[in-house]
Design a protein around this ligand. Sequence first.
Ligand SMILES: Cc1cc2nc3c(=O)[nH]c(=O)nc-3n(C[C@H](O)[C@H](O)[C@H](O)COP(=O)(O)OP(=O)(O)OC[C@H]3O[C@@H](n4cnc5c(N)ncnc54)[C@H](O)[C@@H]3O)c2cc1C
Length: 374
Amino acid sequence: MKIIVVGAGIYGLSTAVQLSLRGHEVEVIDKGLIPNSHSSSFDFHRLIRHAYGPQQGYASLIPPAFEAWDRMWSLLGESFYIETGALVLGKKNDPWMTNSRSSLQSLNVPFEDWNTSQLRSRLPWLRVFPNEEALFCIPGGIIRSGLVVTALAKYLEQHGVRLHENIDIVKIDESTASLTDRDGNIFSADRIVTALGAGHDVLYSSEVTSFRQVYALYPNPPKVASIEGGCPMILDIAEDAGFYFVPGSTHFPAKVGDHITRFKGSPYAGRKIAPEEIENLQSVINSRVLTEDADSAGPLSKTKALPKYGLCYYACSKDRTIQLASKGKSIRIFGGSGHGFKFGALFGEMVAQCVTGERSLSSAQNIVQGKALP
Ligand SMILES: Cc1cc2nc3c(=O)[nH]c(=O)nc-3n(C[C@H](O)[C@H](O)[C@H](O)COP(=O)(O)OP(=O)(O)OC[C@H]3O[C@@H](n4cnc5c(N)ncnc54)[C@H](O)[C@@H]3O)c2cc1C
């Protein structure tokens, strides 16, 4: 079959690799370069962790997600995963923490409760409140997402897959499997796969809402905020404060962001960051980083180097699960709530299996929505 994949983020590229491995003629189209530095998938890091609160179905998909990444690392000849462990902070007995604990137990994933003195000695810069608990779990850590999509694009090129850059698809005819770009050019295939990320908001605006996510990068973090110094990834699950922290290294910066979706915006509204977005991020940082202790806070302290800010978009579906939809000769994957990278290798396999008829649509739909295991 000839299959065109539109969208060269993690979902599109991973699906294209799977289809190419099965011997199909595959082409990939993106409105930007491939990989596209403006896609959600292109960044220094994306996190993978088992603690998933009430979304226990997604917690159960983490072991198969790790296995799928291992298959991808074998194919690429290199792993882009760095195990840091995952530390989750939340109010004592909060249902999110209780649910995470029970899914970790049922998955037989080891975890530890860190008390205040353990936290103070491991992470002297982190503010933790007396009514909170901290759950630490290995495995969990960082996937170097930008390197992954770069390696996938290279792999595809080396295996004869045509990559079409700077082609903006404005119309998809699912019944004939044909695509029209902004200049009126038509691309035809036997099947179409679309994985547009936040771009879904343009062609299918009633199904998703796009959000702007601003983050701060800190190059050369001190030991206490670095992978080499044993700093884990940190996730604050409190409803009103969405602090997350990605430790840095000598090769890439540390990152602080806010995982709560506060600022809506079209993915094509540009990358200029508004003052209120910086103010919001700064208050999230201040809620967790002890800036009065400048030495331990290192570059996260206001007294040291200023961070660089970045902006990225993601599109959330209404129920915040990842969605798979099929019409005519086309299948598309979209949505979630900004947590989709970690499933990129696994869901690429699912979409490819669906396209080739190895798996039914309903089976793949249940899996990507976190309702069933592969
Ligand atoms: C700040 C931030 C932090 C995140 N943190 C995490 C995390 O820690 N862990 C995690 O698992 N996930 C995380 N995510 C979510 C994750 O990055 C996304 O779920 C995932 O990358 C989406 O991949 P995708 O392939 O669907 O979309 P994308 O990577 O956005 O790729 C879509 C591609 O489609 C192209 N495209 C769109 N429209 C068209 C069109 N009309 N014609 C041609 N091409 C088109 C775009 O140019 C783009 O290259 C985060 C996201 C953000 C923004």
